[in-house]
Design a binder for this molecule. Structure first.
Ligand code: VAH
Length: 314
């Protein structure tokens, strides 16, 4: 069975649904610190910093794979660096150690474009390049990538990872990320409100629509092990756009929608990240190809959020 740690997070929420669709509801155990609002199937409360609790959960539910989606994200991590490092790494080591000891089949842990810093080329950022992350979150992701490679090489643990761009979804709100503006903006537009963006209008960032992010994750995890050449984390790209371009794509539906720009401390984080990603390694090794562009993502986001708020497109 599959255990998803951080099941109530932005990616965890969508990932649990997709894993259940693929493998069956009773094959996926969702876990988080507290239950989600609405009951959505097999769930256990689990604090992944508690290794004994993790061992107990793995034994009790016959877990053979772990997807570790719990972490403190980039912006929030800067408010309490050592807590973010401690939580991100303690949970990661627990997952890697328990998976090694109990000989789990596969482990997924997410890296991020936050692994890159100012020394990496900002356009078409390559798979192999110098990593000098500017946030604690990014430092924890680079450390995680190196530890993943170590556990694979030394213990032959089948750990797989992708460097997610900013992930955009309607199912749940992200928490504490620098790319969160690109989710919040759609909610404001659908609710007929003005949006205040915490990044400058020309801040170009690599993003990905959740359906593509989840499909990439499942395709990576389903690929034969011998195809997985990268045991740190695969670059993954979806769509690169600026807040201005995103606003314009929304105005096709809401002509009077307005974004005002009030950059804050997250601007410096965004400026240190790639503007576009070269994901040719993922395309070559396991056939990755995104299917959403800005137009099709905006269409589905507005449709889904209109339903969610029980509104009807005018
Ligand atoms: C964040 N959404 O902003 C996450 C992600 C690349 C962005 O790591 O921290």
């Amino acid at each position: 069975k599959i255990l998803v740690i951080g099941a109530n997070g932005q990616i965890g929420t969508a990932l649990v649904d997709s894993l259940r669709e693929m493998y069956g509801d009773n094959q996926v155990v969702a876990s988080d610190l507290f239950p989600a609002a609405e009951d959505k199937g097999l769930f256990v409360t689990l604090d992944a910093t508690n290794v004994l609790a993790l061992v107990e959960t793995v034994h009790k539910h016959n877990i053979t794979q772990i997807y570790h989606l719990a972490a403190v994200l980039s912006a929030k991590g800067e408010l309490d660096p050592l807590r973010a490092w401690d939580l991100n790494m303690k949970t990661l080591f627990n997952v890697f150690e328990v998976s090694r000891e109990l000989q789990l089949d596969k482990v997924f842990f997410p890296s991020s474009i936050a692994a890159f810093g100012d020394s990496a080329p900002h356009y078409q950022t390559p798979q192999e390049t110098f990593l000098d992350p500017t946030t604690v979150y990014g430092i924890s992701k680079v450390a995680g990538e190196n530890w993943a490679g170590y556990y694979h090489k030394r213990y032959n643990l089948d750990i797989r990872s992708v460097r997610y761009p900013g992930v955009i979804s309607y199912q749940s709100m992200p928490g504490g990320g620098t790319t969160d503006y690109a989710v919040e903006i759609y909610h404001k537009a659908v609710l007929g409100e003005e949006f205040t963006c915490f990044l400058k209008e020309d801040t170009l960032l690599p993003m990905i629509y959740m359906d593509d992010a989840i499909r990439a994750t499942l395709e990576l995890m389903e690929a034969p092990a011998e195809k997985i050449k990268v045991r740190s984390a695969y670059n993954l790209s979806g769509i690169s756009f600026t807040p201005e371009e995103l606003t314009r794509s929304i105005q096709e539906y809401y002509p009077h929608f307005e974004t005002i720009y009030k950059p804050d401390y997250r601007q410096a984080i965004a400026d240190s990240w790639p503007k576009s990603i070269d994901d040719s390694a993922a395309r070559e090794d396991w056939g990755w190809k995104p299917s959403y562009d800005l137009k099709s993502m905006t269409k589905v986001m507005i449709e889904k959020l209109t339903e969610k708020y029980h509104l009807h497109i005018a």
